[in-house]
Design a protein. Structure first.
Length: 267
């Protein structure tokens, strides 16, 4: 097992840990290929809107396989973030008058986008399952699975290669690498220590930052009322599930204090 060195845990055997780490590498490979091809076969808004349904899948999966409780607040927050992300993306099949993109056949693209959504949800479940695993092992699995799948896809799809990139390309590649690895480390650590539903809602908020960066760096138009409503819904979902998670922690802390043994000899 190539990833055993970082996957050692006191609670589970090394072989079990490394198997789940290998599963994450496979999941990332499938997610990379399916997400890439869905963005090619579908309009960008349609692809992102379908993939953004992963919080619902991950929440249901956590309830089924990890026995996490799903309260009303969690269910409402999950639905709000999916609706908000969809409104921000404004897919053509829901907002035909607001989208200027050309129609493209989407049968295969829809299937690949749904597969990418399923893989994102499964990835959160695997990370939570490996909450005692070293985060670097999971980051390495992401790099191996997603990286190899990305390279293979590039070899198949692209005919022209830049063998000697210029200085700007080298700087951009370096920045993307640093930002991507930093996001992976923070995301894995957060997913290991948060409930799956909470982590899924937070991860789906990346749609907001993507739109903000498009406005700042890619000269996209300022958000209109529709996008603003979507942003408000996603932010409301984050606040709702954060407050609900904090309320759950307070009774647990009180119960833990009540279970502490009393030392009668200290009187």
């Amino acid at each position: 097992y190539p990833l055993c060195a970082l996957a050692v845990s006191d609670e589970r055997p090394v072989s079990t840990q490394s198997t789940w780490v290998f599963i994450r590498a496979v999941v990332q490979a499938i997610c990379t290929v399916s997400g890439w091809h869905s963005s090619i076969l579908l309009n960008n808004g349609d692809s992102v809107a379908i993939i953004s349904t992963f919080p619902i899948i991950s929440t249901v999966g956590a309830w089924m396989f990890l026995h996490e409780e799903i309260g009303y607040a969690c269910a409402v927050a999950t639905c709000l973030t999916v609706i908000g992300s969809t409104i921000i993306c404004r897919p053509k099949f829901l907002f035909p008058s607001l989208s200027n993109e050309d129609d493209r056949p989407g049968a295969l693209g829809i299937g690949l986008a749904l597969l990418a959504s399923l893989m994102l949800a499964l990835d959160l479940l695997v990370i939570k399952r490996l909450k005692d695993c070293h985060p670097l092992a999971l980051v390495l699995a992401f790099c191996l699975g997603g990286g190899l799948a990305g390279v293979a896809t590039a070899f198949i799809l692209f005919e022209e290669w830049v063998l000697l990139p210029n200085l700007l390309q080298v700087v951009l590649i370096t920045c993307v690498t640093i930002v991507g690895l930093t996001g992976q480390v923070c995301g894995v650590y957060g997913a290991q220590n948060l409930a799956v539903s909470f982590g899924a809602v937070l991860k789906s908020s990346e749609t907001i930052f993507a739109y903000i960066f498009q406005v700042i760096f890619l000269a996209e138009p300022m958000p209109d009322l529709t996008v603003s409503i979507g942003v408000v819904l996603v932010i409301s979902a984050i606040i709702l599930i954060a407050v609900n998670s904090k309320k759950k922690k307070v009774p647990n802390c009180v119960a833990a204090r009540l279970r502490l043994p009393r030392h009668t000899g200290d009187r």
